[in-house]
Design a protein around this ligand. Sequence first.
Ligand code: AMP
Ligand code: TRP
Length: 375
Amino acid sequence: MVRDSREGERLAARTRAWPPGDAGTLPGVNGTNEQAGGAERTRRVLSGIQPTGGAHLGNYLGALRWWVDFQDRYDAYYCVVDLHALTVPGDPEELRKATIEMATVLLACGLRPDRCTLFAQSHVPAHAELAWLLECTASMGELSRMTQFKDKAAKGSEESARVGLFTYPVLMAADILLYDADLVPVGDDQRQHLELTRDLAQRWNARYGRTFTVPEAAIPPPGRGARVMDLQEPASKMSKSAASDAGVLYLFDDPATIERKVKRAVTDLDPPGPGTVRWDREAKPGVSNLLELLAALEGTGPEQVAARYDSYGKLKSDLAQAVVSTLEPIQARYRELSADPATVHDVLRAGAKRAAVHAGEVLERARSAIGLLQP
Ligand code: AMP
Ligand code: TRP
């Protein structure tokens, strides 16, 4: 039986009770859950990241560090979503390379192939097949309301935007529903896509009988890395596709670059003195972002961090130092792993084999529920 909505609310409440690091407040630590098939099982997690552009600190604080944390608590599936990367123009050879590179980044961040299932989305064909079935239950209206599509289409013309960009969130729903995922660790920008996934699952279950587990988003609380902003444009989120690199802290920036970017980060205009350094996203977006970054790196809150400073300069130098020391071990491990791309490829192959087993079962349930004849 699919989890009922009260259980969903309890889970959501506990998800909001982050920060992790305090394992006791995490949702369902070592917990079990009832599956669409009826059996009790360990809670399952699924998330994905596109192999496009360089991974940045927003990806790490909003999502990737939780992926690492969750692999020890849940049955975790993580995929490099290469099919999603096809929704915008790109070079085929680059995509192949970027897929291995992103998998290498994930391993460098701390994913362990013996603790989670790491795979490339396109290696499990069930994703594309379930996406089609779900597309036949989704409406033009609900997809038209997706802000990510509107933003990305607005960068080019909507006329030439790829159809895949429009149906992107349905493929994402397929990624999640194929694994009976209970929790989906993502940054705040994916909230709307998660809502759509829940709507599609609930509608399907109501129309065709219980088939899918209805997932919950696991988003860090506000001010703790859920939405890291660009250092130069604190009104926009830090993004792989930013027009300029100056406000983006990439996971592979060297210490001098990190220091320079943080030093030049836009702050707010009021004169130094007591109360200048405070967490106020509306009135002080620049400095609030820096406080949130340092808080997320330290595992504290932005208000606590603000209380320690009365000048931007000291805050910036401490932040740069904290970023450097967080990234150093990741960069070192990346250098090691990237010397052996064949091994990373093997990790993905083994992951896909494991992933295909579960995905195949759920796809079969969906095919049967919607009325397709057995081959
Ligand atoms: P993407 O870069 O769009 O492939 O995103 C990969 C993961 O990182 C998703 O879970 C996003 O929600 C998360 N993410 C992306 N940008 C940010 C950001 N600026 N702050 C927090 N999380 C982010
Ligand atoms: N849309 C997500 C992003 O841009 C990536 C993604 C694809 C994803 N499939 C997913 C995230 C499934 C979580 C679960 O960040």
